[in-house]
Design a protein around this ligand. Structure first.
Ligand SMILES: Cc1cc2nc3c(=O)[nH]c(=O)nc-3n(C[C@H](O)[C@H](O)[C@H](O)COP(=O)(O)O)c2cc1C
Length: 197
């Protein structure tokens, strides 16, 4: 029997971590979480997702360097709206992405182009993955790089797969408060838009 409330507890506890310890974590726990992801529903059950688990230090560093070069441009471009700049500033999020080399593992997640609802399905699987990592006490972040095609090429990805996210996985190196969430009352209506719970 699965104890009542497990999913809500994991979902409530989970948060995005941007600072990781370099301490090794079991690869088996990463595979456990990917096994959970593989159980997700997908458009026509095409299971359009693929995962590359990267533990090699040199590869991680190359990914970090390539990402930071693009992030620097992105952060320094004048195109970001002021609210977003403020949001980033308050969280100390800069172009620097140390988690890409410091987390013991990176999970690169891909969707297969041309499949029905490929991206939706893949992100659903990512949701399963995050909760399963949380269950194993592993911190994570859905980092969405500014240069997905460059990174995909670096890890030898065929052209019909799109890099959706790179998820650093490891032990949290920071203590973070939970970001605000909407309440049931704010987010849910009954029978008709506007009828609050
Ligand atoms: C689709 C998606 C893309 C995201 N991309 C990034 C990213 O590139 N860099 C980053 O630091 N956080 C990224 N995040 C994390 C969000 O900022 C984070 O989930 C949100 O602020 C809520 O915080 P929490 O996950 O700690 O509850 C992303 C989250 C999602 C769902």
């Amino acid at each position: 029997m699965i104890p009542d409330g497990v999913v809500l507890e994991l979902a409530s506890k989970r948060r995005s971590i941007r600072k990781f310890m370099t301490t090794p974590v079991p690869l088996g726990d990463v595979f456990y979480a990917i096994k959970a992801a593989l159980q997700a529903p997908s458009g026509a059950n095409r299971q359009p997702w693929r995962f590359v688990v990267i533990g090699d230090s040199e590869t991680k560093m190359r990914i970090r360097e390539a990402s930071e070069a693009w992030e620097k441009r992105f952060h320094e471009s004048g195109s970001l709206p002021e609210w977003f700049r403020k949001w980033l500033r308050e969280r100390n999020i800069t172009w620097e992405k140390p988690f890409l080399s410091e987390a013991p593992y990176l999970i690169a997640v891909f969707s297969r182009r041309g499949e029905p609802y490929a991206r939706e399905s893949t992100w659903l699987a990512i949701g399963y993955l995050l909760l399963a990592l949380e269950e194993k006490g592993l911190a994570s972040l859905t980092y969405t790089p500014a240069n997905p095609n460059v990174l995909a090429k670096m890890i030898g990805t065929p052209r019909n797969y799109m890099l959706e996210t790179i998820i650093p996985v490891g032990l949290a190196g920071e203590d973070k408060k939970k970001e605000n969430r909407l309440s049931l009352r704010e987010a849910v209506f009954i029978n008709e838009w506007g009828n609050q719970v």
